[in-house]
Design a protein around this ligand. Sequence first.
Ligand SMILES: [Ca+2]
Length: 473
Amino acid sequence: MPRLFLALLATAITAAARPPNIVWIIADDLSPELGCYGYRGVRTPNIDRLATGGTLFTAAFSTSPVCSPSRSALITGRYQTSIGAHQHRTMEKLPPPEGVAPITEHLRAAGYRCTNLKGMGANAKTDYNFRWDGPVFDSANLPGGDAPFFLQVSFFEPHRRFKNKGEPNGGFSIPPQYPDHPAIRADWADYLADIEALDTKVGRVLQWLEDAGHADDTAVFFFGDHGRPHVWDKQWLYDGGIRVPLIVRWPGGLEPNTRDDRLVSLIDISAQTLAIAGAELPDTLDGQPFLGPDAAHREHIIAARDRSGDAFERIRCVRTERYKYIRNFYPELPYWQTSRYKAVQYPTLAVLKELHARSELAPAQARFFADRKPAEELYDLADDHYETTNLAENPAHLEALMDLRSTLDNWISETGDQGATPEPLPLYDAAVGGSAQHFKSFKPDGWHHRSETIRLKLRERSLRPECQDAPEQ
Ligand SMILES: [Ca+2]
């Protein structure tokens, strides 16, 4: 046998024995306002370069429009609603159900060392709504040694409060659900400035991979944990709240400079990560690998919204390539049932209120101040990209409505959506109390009244009969 062939064979065996390293770069609250997604008025050369080296996914969605439920689903590969991790920063973290574990357990079993980086601007955020008795990660330092590594790099940007100041006349556009008001443009410009800061940090990670000789043996996933931190986006199931950028660069596994328009859910990232690692894919996973010739094609994605801060809610959505179907389980709670977090950190909300008082909002913008929400919403995304015309009562779309209703009903049943059981009132109070401590220095106007109003509504409707005798906190 020729010596060269033997040498190549040995190299191949060695390569086969060592699976690729895997990196997750997670931005906090990011929609696809990036150069590589065609958005103008923001400079993201490093993320654009990452996209050039891999595949850019144009239809990726989170399972929740807020941090902790989304990240809980991501790390377990289970919908947050099916493991009791759906209430944002629950005050009673329980272990996940039998057989459910952070995927790092399976990666470790496959020989990986798992790092949640603290350094290079990364904050080692976890934000899981479940208790895990043991380390989820092995280290917070940059990987070294011979073992393949799983490296989570979580950046704060572009989460509020924004740290950078943007140029309000910077040639960008804002979605039509917001009036083009100078204060709103200034806030949006700061969001974009934080995205540029994020891009610089992503560049440092890519440079480190290159300098460490790992650019070619590492699969890099870049994505947002959910959509952008704006009034009508984060916390809601419109695309602004759940559509996220997703880029995967995997030398040898994916063609560079490619684009993929298939629907992908972030719940699939865990399954795909385990598949790349050659690790066990537990039967309990809700997600599925989405790369490779055998990958299943998703007909829809599902996302869920439950309590966020003091804003009690239960909303579910099904999104197909064409439609978005939203079910509001509490239509009597209006959109403006805003969390105090939004009341104090979103200047756009104050602008919207003022313009609404002056009757200066366009109908699609004023919708936020309706007294109640529709029980169901249906949008035809083919010609209503911003989800402004509710077709739920339009007979022309009845078939789609019936079909999506049934899809959601099946999902609720099959995945064991726990959202139907209300969060016990003492836990709600504890969560709100915790927020009150956090926010007390801001003294926002009126939030206490709103919170109490919602509590009264909840009691009037006897939503929590099991809690009626619970002590007040
Ligand atoms: Ca987030």
